[in-house]
Design a protein. Structure first.
Length: 524
């Protein structure tokens, strides 16, 4: 039976947020497990190698799934493979804020890591493969699968999750020490084991080896190349038309650097969905420490504008303020596009509910983390699924996503940027949705007053990344809408408008309207 580490996923999301702020072939180059490095010949050109794909041993406990892990879409098959070969590291003499980095190759090293594949039946396959860079700030997590699995399943996309970074394989010290409530974790049937795959299940994963995060960029490239050029075993014979990269939080920081420095050397991916990045990118040597994270959060690294594949950035309120993305804003251009989404926080109730179930948009689920205030119940999953839908169409030769209004900032410059808000406390501007345009609560991505990024070091510090939900009093609801019928009618009208504008998909809009219907009792 597969081992679960679901309770640790929220730590990975939260810590990753801080970090985003702080054709030659090697077909016979299997890792020997020594992780040794050699320097390449000076002046040689770079081409992404095609890795070796093998199945893991049958021994052990089965697939160790990153979390959250919603059920597979109907008809999907889940499989796991080992990917091995020789990976290259990169350096760059100058790293200008405009993103026009000139990277050169560095040392090489042997590696063997794992990927998880979730694929539809052949007759349902859309031709699109979504490749997620697993988040590893504490234990491995797949937040974008948790947010996007419904849309992936509706469209028939294939999915590959990559253990690209060393923490997931080798374990070791995490970025921050967070006290996981072991009693609560155990009651959920979960594990907070941070020791890495090869130590969690040596029988299955003992032969894995990761030489360090400087090599993670090329490891990720090699998986993308295998999906496009050698899909037989990896994708069960499915033939991709587009291979797209996604990553959230810390993974978004690595993808930001990947786009600016590594992608131009030998393009592999047909587009990038960068979800919840902060002000800067990860360093090319892969070493992110507390001392280096401050410069990342106060930077202002742009996505280079000479690309020939689309880059779509999805930003929450928290990302602009606490994580500093307001310093890295850039205008939409031919291949760079951004949505800043009102009413959202870096992590939210949806992710916890994927783990433990319960009614949608329940702010009290944050008590699982020790959060004393109700956490954000905003529309991130619904709007992000629309973003994926628009992104795939764009990467397939269609029009860019609809242009989203930027969130209004009360203090648009300096370190203390904050979101401008209406009389009810909800954000002004941004990509809109009925939860903020026909509200029954204040939905904010900002932490409780008086808390800062330094509070992440506390055992419940991750709560500051989950925003807040502040329900309206009964008298305010009656003053705003009069009756439940008028509230639901206004909510339905707003949902229809956002579907027409391209910021919601019809199934998700209908689910939101059903949620509004469930709130009728608030008016009695």
């Amino acid at each position: 039976m597969a081992r679960s580490r679901a309770f640790g996923w929220w730590v990975a999301i939260a810590l990753g947020a801080l970090l985003a702020t702080g054709c030659s072939s090697s077909g016979n180059n299997r890792s020997s497990g020594n992780g040794g490095s050699t320097a390449p010949t000076a002046g040689t050109s770079f081409a992404v190698r095609l890795p070796v794909i093998t199945r893991p041993p049958v021994a052990g406990k089965g697939i160790d799934r990153p979390q959250p892990a919603p059920p597979l879409p109907s008809g999907y098959v889940e499989d796991e493979f080992f990917v091995s070969g020789t990976a290259t590291s990169f350096t760059a003499g100058k790293t200008p804020d405009n993103g026009f980095w000139t990277a050169t190759t560095g040392a090489t090293a042997k590696y063997r890591t794992r990927v998880i594949v979730r694929r539809p039946p052949a007759n349902k396959f859309s031709g699109t493969v979504i490749v997620e860079w697993f988040n590893v700030s504490a234990v491995e997590a797949d937040p974008d699968w948790a947010y996007l699995s419904q849309e992936i399943g509706r469209e028939g996309d294939a999915y590959i999750g990559v253990s690209a970074q060393a923490q997931g394989v080798e374990g070791g010290k995490t970025i921050l020490n967070v006290n996981v409530n072991q009693k609560t974790a155990s009651s959920l049937g979960e594990s907070a084991d941070k020791s890495g795959l090869k130590h969690i299940d040596p029988a299955r994963y003992g032969t894995l080896v990761h030489p360090g995060d400087a090599y993670s960029y090329d490891i990720f490239s090699q998986v993308g190349k295998a999906a496009a050029a050698s899909p037989g075993l990896l994708l069960g014979g499915l033939q991709p038309k587009k291979v797209l990269a996604v990553g959230e939080s810390q993974s978004a920081a690595f993808l930001t650097t990947y786009v600016d420095a590594v992608h131009p050397l030998d393009p592999v991916f047909d587009g990038f969905l960068i979800h919840s990045r902060g002000a800067g990118g990860a360093p090319l040597d892969g070493k992110i420490s507390a001392g280096r994270s401050a410069s990342i959060t106060t930077g202002g690294l742009l996505i280079r504008t000479d690309l020939d594949v689309p880059v779509f950035m999805f930003e929450t309120e928290t990302d602009l303020t606490l994580l500093g993305y307001s310093h890295a804003r850039q205008p939409d251009s031919k291949f760079v596009h951004t949505w800043e989404v009102a009413g959202t926080s870096h992590a939210d109730a949806h992710l916890l509910q994927v783990v433990v179930g319960g009614p949608p948009h329940d702010p009290k689920v944050g008590s699982l983390l020790g959060c004393t205030a109700p956490i954000n119940t905003g529309p991130q999953p619904e709007v992000l699924q629309a973003a994926l839908h628009q992104f795939v169409a764009w990467a397939s030769g269609g029009a860019p996503p609809p242009t989203g209004t930027r969130l209004q900032l009360a203090k648009p410059s300096g370190k203390e940027a904050s979101i401008a808000r209406d009389a009810h406390g909800n954000a002004l501007g941004g990509v809109r949705n009925p939860l903020v345009d026909v509200p029954i609560a204040t939905l904010t991505g900002e932490p409780p007053s008086g808390t800062t990024a330094a509070d992440l070091a506390k055992s419940t510090g991750t709560c500051i990344l989950f925003g807040r939900t502040i329900p309206f009093a009964h008298s305010e609801l009656v003053s705003l809408y009069g009756t439940a019928d008028k509230y639901v009618a206004a909510f339905r009208s707003s949902a229809d408008q956002e579907v027409a504008a391209g910021f919601l998909l019809r199934p998700d809009a209908d689910a939101l309207v059903a949620y509004a219907e469930s709130n009728r009792g608030l008016f009695t």
